[in-house]
Design a protein around this ligand. Sequence first.
Ligand code: FES
Length: 106
Amino acid sequence: MATIYVTDRAGGDHVLEAASGRTIMEPLREIDNGIEALCGGMCSCSTCHIYIDDEWCAKLKDLSDDELDLLEDTECFKGEGASRLACQVTMNDDLDGMKLTIAPEE
Ligand code: FES
């Protein structure tokens, strides 16, 4: 387990536990004002869009072409570093303490 610090769509702060080896989609959709994750993590809906805080961006694996294609179609895309899909971000020990914000609903 690792800890992530999350700002939800209403500006509320959350401290969540995320399991190593699993994506961060699950804990983010359990909070109020979190993500919808309508496709269930199949990388086909972009309703799990999040913004990773600058200092953590480089620690994440590169985006796949599919993830980037979906994100570029969103109105609130912030660039390849900051914008990610929560269902494509797998937790590991290096990400313990990561900060992120849920992107606006589209
Ligand atoms: S849950 Fe649909 S793209 Fe991530």
